[in-house]
Design a binder for this molecule. Structure first.
Ligand SMILES: Nc1ncnc2c1ncn2[C@@H]1O[C@H](COP(=O)(O)OP(=O)(O)O)[C@@H](O)[C@H]1O
Ligand SMILES: Cc1cn([C@H]2C[C@H](O)[C@@H](COP(=O)(O)O)O2)c(=O)[nH]c1=O
Ligand SMILES: [Zn+2]
Length: 192
């Protein structure tokens, strides 16, 4: 779907955003694109927020246990130093990064780097999540993926939280979240 950034020696940068609910396949799609970039012998740098320790401290791991090694970082400013010589820069769980991440991705793209980010577009309340809305505005390419609603089998774009915890950030899996369609999410009174 995406051409690689070095055509006839000319470097072109851009931003790709992969978004959607939990279980929609964001991490699998990110890993797929990164493996293709590696096959093309491009220099790939992969980052994730250090707070996301769900499956592994360093690896990016999908719900189907596909994985790829990454560098955990605490602040987006570390990316500019660590990714300077990269052809491709990738970030998973981008909703957890600080707000500077959007300008940093833009700067990398202007430097000729292909930037691929994956993350939740909405939190469990159905509200835009962290820097993802501004990344969507700056993106050259947007892919919105959908899970399957566990209640009715339709297309799901909400991440329903099954516990009463109201903190915006709460790491978890199927024990805490389930993907739901608009109707099944609404039936539980999550939208005012
Ligand atoms: N309700 C569901 N809808 C779709 N995929 C599901 C569901 N429950 C489990 N999965 C699995 O989750 C995988 C996607 O995992 P992953 O790429 O980690 O998603 P994301 O990063 O968007 O949370 C699917 O390939 C599928 O095997
Ligand atoms: C909806 C929502 C999710 N989270 C957490 C739960 C998981 O640890 C990640 C999302 O992982 P995935 O790769 O997209 O499956 O985010 C959260 O902290 N707050 C929320 O509202
Ligand atoms: Zn449903």
């Amino acid at each position: 779907m995406f051409i690689e950034p070095n055509i006839k020696g000319e470097r072109r940068g851009w931003i790709e955003v992969i978004c959607g609910s939990m279980f929609s396949g964001k991490t699998e799609e990110l890993i797929r694109r990164l493996k293709r970039a590696m096959i093309a012998n491009l220099k790939v740098k992969i980052f994730k927020p250090s707070m996301d320790v769900r499956f592994d401290e360093a690896k990016i791991v999908s719900h189907d246990t596909n994985s790829i090694i990454s560098t955990p970082i605490d602040h987006s400013s570390q990316i500019l130093e660590l990714a300077d010589d990269a052809d491709v820069v990738a970030l998973d769980e981008v909703q957890f990064f600080d707000d500077d991440i959007t300008e940093i991705c833009d700067e990398l793209a202007f430097r000729g780097i292909r930037v691929i980010v994956a993350g939740l577009d909405m939190d469990y309340q159905g509200k835009p999540f962290g820097p993802v809305p501004s990344l969507l505005a700056k993106a050259d390419y947007v892919t919105k993926l959908h899970a399957i609603c566990v209640q009715c089998g339709h297309i799901a774009n909400y991440s329903y939280r099954k516990t009463p915890n109201q903190e915006k950030i709460m790491l978890g899996e199927k024990d805490v979240y389930e993907p739901r369609c608009r109707r099944c999410y609404l039936l539980d009174g999550k939208i005012d």
